[in-house]
Design a protein around this ligand. Sequence first.
Ligand code: ADP
Ligand code: MG
Length: 338
Amino acid sequence: MTRYFVPVLLTVALLGACSPPAPVVLTGDAFGTTWSVRLTGLPGDTNPEGLQLQIVVALDSIDRVMSNWRSDSAIEQFNAAPAGQWIDVPAELAELVTLARTISLASDGAFDITVAPLVRAWGFGPAAQPAVPDPATLNAARARTGFGHLSVRMNPPALRKAKPGITTDLSAIAKGYAVDRIAAVLDKAGCRSYLVEIGGELRARGQHPDGRAWRAAVRRPEYGLSPEPLTVLPVTDTAVATSGDYLQQFESGGRRYSHIIDPRTGRPAGHNLASVTVLATSAAEADALATALLVLGPVDGPALARAQDLKALFVLRKPDGFEQQESPALAAWLAAQP
Ligand code: ADP
Ligand code: MG
């Protein structure tokens, strides 16, 4: 069913259209958040209701494979499985774990999908109260993390944990992956111009009906929804994802702790880098890289972006407000936009 809506997004808000032809808007719920698709240039015989159905089916199948919130998902079956043996998984799960592993290696372990025991130890995640853990809890959680203890193969697709207690949590990459899957549905249907969004992760193709690029507003990295965006990025033919330390956090002893954990220390990333927005070809990659760069922080994050030619916007918290830093690749890309 098609319905029109006023978008209230988490990390990246979309800017509304001006006056020209309004895009068709499809929306729904998935992964505990909302999704939306804005479409123009639909082939004449395309039925938006049919597209909506295909998107819902695709999201549902991703949920059945990758959700950490249902015990019958492929990933939770693997998480419950014993160590030391290959467990068959759907090919798309093995592919996504392979991408996650590449980003773990590139980020020196800052991105790590085995991080869930640490996330839980700090009281983030299902049915928990955020709090600073005692050292014994923290050590026990650290013993159950490390992407080096997780192996993946493609023929046939399977995962294997080297130690009991190693699990996979795709929260920092799955929303992006789902955005890519929706984009694939739209590409296959012949759509030439669209903006797909799930919980703030975006992917755009072609142009807005006003003839300009689709636009993504990067939020001010503050708790609560501030109406004024920090900046606006043109997003034609690219994916965009933002990771911030500000949406889920708690305070204790005058310190702020965020839900993004540095697996190398076992502690929440704690520095003045408030958010990172990444542009990449795929939304899965953008999503994971945004988390990786946020964990790496204000020195190592920009250094990795420079070394790997990543398009990234770093937003730093300074005494007198926010400071924005573009990576060289992002600055060059923005300069080349019409
Ligand atoms: P959001 O979910 O707000 O879009 P992210 O994409 O950055 O933000 O994902 C954050 C989630 O990823 C956390 O809630 C946690 O489950 C998981 N996570 C936390 N730290 C890491 C990390 N270092 N590497 C990979 N996943 C992480
Ligand atoms: Mg992410």
